[in-house]
Structures are given as structure tokens and as C-alpha cells.
Design a binder for this molecule. Structure first.
Ligand SMILES: Nc1ncnc2c1ncn2[C@@H]1O[C@H](COP(=O)(O)OP(=O)(O)OP(=O)(O)O)[C@@H](O)[C@H]1O
Ligand SMILES: [Mg+2]
Length: 248
């Protein structure tokens, strides 16, 4: 994995048409780090991931990936630069089998062997190999989330942007999804995870970025903030009596 796979967001303003949701966001996902993006509902977390992936109205600032500014670029160009995005909610093809879903994802990659790529992903996600002839729509919620991750990983991205993979899942399925995320990270990928489950996110992530009302209000090592202090931050936007200030 390239050492320069750092994502840097500087004073980004973006939204939907005339509506501005992100009001000057600054954040860093250093190469190979696991960063959790957290904050209350409506803070703009999904909007930030969509903005990185070129799916919102870009209004200003810079999004630097591997030293290049990709702010306002098109999703297909961003994808081709090694950035993968797994949106909130499941969106695979329910009436196709697991294998057909993976082949669909592989077909969009030029100059590569579909079968080899599919087998590579089965190696990463053995559960999907077991289920390969099952309709994707009949997978459990957790398995569908794994399939979504697999379809993104099939492109061998250097950074994975993933939006609330635990939403609606049982504790058991959440554990599987997080174990896979951790494994992808251990393999050298940079991960930017949006997550409501702060306890879980803080277990796996090295850094946390807290967004509120379209702005970053805290950014630092997860070890530098308690779960309780995070909760207060979400509610009030302040750390108040928290023992620690803004992290390093
Ligand atoms: N397509 C859209 N068009 C217009 N406004 C939108 C659109 N998508 C989101 N918004 C608005 O942008 C704001 C931020 O939404 P966003 O989905 O980024 O929040 P979030 O932090 O991901 O929240 P949640 O935790 O609920 O997923 C909200 O006020 C929302 O209503
Ligand atoms: Mg969201």
C-alpha cells in the first residue's frame, strides 16, 4: 500500500444545490490509519463522505488525496484513484446471487481477470464463498454488509470510505463487520468510518473526528477522549468538564 495514501480535507464547503451543509471542514486521514467520523444525526457525516466521493455540490476548499486535489472531481475518476465508498444502507442486487454481485463489481474493472478477483475476495471473506449461490437479498443483514464491503474491496482500494456499516445489525453481525474492517486496516488500508456506535468505533479507530452542524468540533486520538466526553460533545458541542481538551 502506498505510503502517501493520505486524505486531507481543508476548509471544504459543500452541500446540495444552493444548500450548504459543510461549512469549512478540516480533517486528516493519515495513510494507513483508521479514522472514525462521528457526530449527531444530521451533522453532515454522510455528506462529507459523499463530498469526498464527488457526489455533492462542491463549493470550495481542497480535498487532497495522495497529494492531488480531487475536490469537485467526478465519482468515476475518484474511484479510479483508489478510493472506494460504501454508502449508508444496503444497495446490492437482491435478486442476483452473491457470486453474480461480485462478478458485476469485477466487470467494471478493466484489464483484470474477473474469476481471479472474485477468488481474491472469497479469500478475504470466506463467509461469502460459503453463500456464493444464495440470492444476495436472502443474506442476513450482516452478510449483506460484508457483500457490500467485498464489492468495494474488489477494486483493491487504498482507502475505504464506509458509512454506518453497523446500522440495523445484531450485535453478532456488528462484531463480524468490525472484525473485517479491522482486518482490512491491518492489511494496510486507510479507513474512514462513519459510525453512530461510538463505543464500537472507538475500539477499532485510532483517530476520531467529531462533526457537528457541518463543522469539525473535535479531532484527535481516540485514546485521548472518553466515551462519556464524546456523548457530551454530541449533545452540547462542548467538552465542558471533560478532563481532556482537544486531542493531538
Ligand atoms: N440529498 C439531499 N438533499 C438535500 N439535503 C440533504 C440531502 N442529503 C442530506 N441532506 C441534509 O444534509 C444534512 C446533513 O445530512 P447527513 O446525511 O450528511 O447527516 P449525517 O451526519 O450523516 O446524519 P445521520 O447520522 O442521521 O446519518 C441534513 O440536514 C440533511 O437533511
Ligand atoms: Mg448519515
Amino acid at each position: 500500500m502506498a505510503a502517501d495514501a493520505t486524505l486531507e480535507i481543508a476548509d471544504v464547503h459543500a452541500g446540495y444545490g444552493p444548500l450548504e451543509i459543510l461549512h469549512g471542514v478540516d480533517m486528516l486521514a493519515p495513510a494507513g490509519q483508521f479514522v472514525a467520523l462521528m457526530g449527531p444525526n444530521g451533522a453532515g457525516k454522510s455528506t462529507l463522505l459523499k463530498t469526498i466521493f464527488g457526489m455533492t455540490t462542491f463549493k470550495g476548499g481542497a480535498i487532497r488525496w495522495k497529494g492531488r486535489d480531487i475536490g469537485g472531481a467526478k465519482p468515476k475518476d475518484i474511484l479510479s484513484r483508489g478510493i472506494a465508498y460504501v454508502p449508508q444502507g444496503r444497495c446490492n442486487f437482491p435478486l442476483m446471487t452473491v457470486e453474480e454481485n461480485l462478478e458485476m463489481a469485477a466487470y467494471t474493472i478493466r484489464d483484470r481477470e474477473v474469476a481471479a478477483e472474485r477468488d481474491h475476495v472469497y479469500g478475504l471473506f470466506p463467509k461469502l464463498r460459503e453463500r456464493r449461490h444464495q440470492f444476495a437479498g436472502n443474506l442476513s443483514g450482516g452478510e449483506q454488509q460484508l457483500l457490500e464491503m467485498a464489492m468495494a474491496v474488489l477494486r483493491r482500494p487504498e482507502i475505504l470510505l464506509i458509512d454506518e456499516p453497523s446500522a440495523g445489525l445484531s450485535p453478532q453481525a456488528i462484531a463480524i463487520v468490525f472484525a473485517e474492517l479491522k482486518r482490512l486496516h491491518d492489511g494496510g488500508r486507510t479507513i474512514l468510518l462513519v459510525e453512530q456506535n461510538t463505543r464500537k468505533a472507538m475500539e477499532v479507530a485510532e483517530r476520531a473526528v467529531v462533526l457537528r452542524l457541518g463543522k469539525v468540533i473535535w479531532d484527535g486520538a481516540t485514546a485521548a477522549i472518553s466515551h462519556a466526553a464524546l456523548g457530551r460533545l454530541f449533545m452540547t458541542g462542548r467538552l465542558d468538564d471533560a478532563p481532556l481538551g482537544t486531542g493531538a
